[in-house]
Ligand binder design. Structure first.
Ligand SMILES: O=P(O)(O)OC[C@H]1O[C@H](OP(=O)(O)OP(=O)(O)O)[C@H](O)[C@@H]1O
Ligand SMILES: Nc1nc2[nH]cnc2c(=O)[nH]1
Length: 182
């Protein structure tokens, strides 16, 4: 349990790696690319909760074409997790067989989460599965695939803000921060 003073001090000491203007510029570009690919496809957009909430809302505001929205909740557990070791607590409720699907999440870190979700949609009948993450963490511990749309590369530190949490807090921040010393 953290006190509000502890949390405020973590935030005030953290490094802001990506500010709101940089986020908006990256989201504008992602939305442009997504619109180029999917504007005629009536896609189903899938928000990966919880981290995907802010990125999904930000992209939807920028996509001016017919689409549907649903969400999944799938989280990793354990350090050696592989693609199939996601803990699913919510599956999509919208029909997606034969449809184009766009998965939206906050971060592509090792990539197991997005890779496993893509595989699940493909195995269950989606036509094409695209993926978008606001950030891609730079290191060499990744799965082979990469999201189709990536906003920004970011250094290999523990991040929070804009969907990502620090022990449950700070998903709401309009910027991406790294914990001091981590
Ligand atoms: O690329 P990976 O190494 O798989 O990590 C990325 C995933 O980790 C976080 O989710 P988390 O499981 O922490 O759940 P949350 O979205 O509820 O925070 C994040 O939102 C991504 O979904
Ligand atoms: N909050 C948070 N969640 C993550 N999931 C995968 N990488 C990260 C990270 O750097 N921060």
């Amino acid at each position: 349990m953290h006190t509000i003073d502890e949390l405020n001090s973590i935030l005030s000491e953290a490094d802001c790696l990506i500010n709101e203007a940089q986020l908006n510029e990256a989201l504008d570009k992602m939305a442009e690319q997504i619109s180029g690919d999917l504007a005629e496809k009536m896609p189903l957009v899938i928000c990966v909760m919880n981290g995907g909430l802010l990125p999904t809302a930000a992209l939807l505001q920028r996509l001016q074409f017919p689409l549907e929205l649903d969400y999944v909740h799938a989280s990793r557990y354990g350090l050696e997790t592989t693609g199939s070791d996601l803990n699913w607590t919510r599956y999509p409720q919208t029909e997606f067989k034969g449809r184009d699907v766009l998965i939206v999440d906050d971060i592509f870190d090792q990539g197991h989460t997005v890779e496993a979700i893509i595989k699940w949609f493909e195995a269950n009948g989606a036509k094409n599965v695209y993926s978008a993450t606001v950030v891609n963490k730079l290191h060499d511990r990744k799965v082979e695939m990469r999201p189709d749309y990536i906003g920004l590369d970011v250094e290999d530190r523990f991040l929070f803000g804009y969907g990502m949490d620090y022990q449950g807090y700070f998903r709401n921040l309009q910027g991406i921060y790294a914990v001091k010393g981590k």
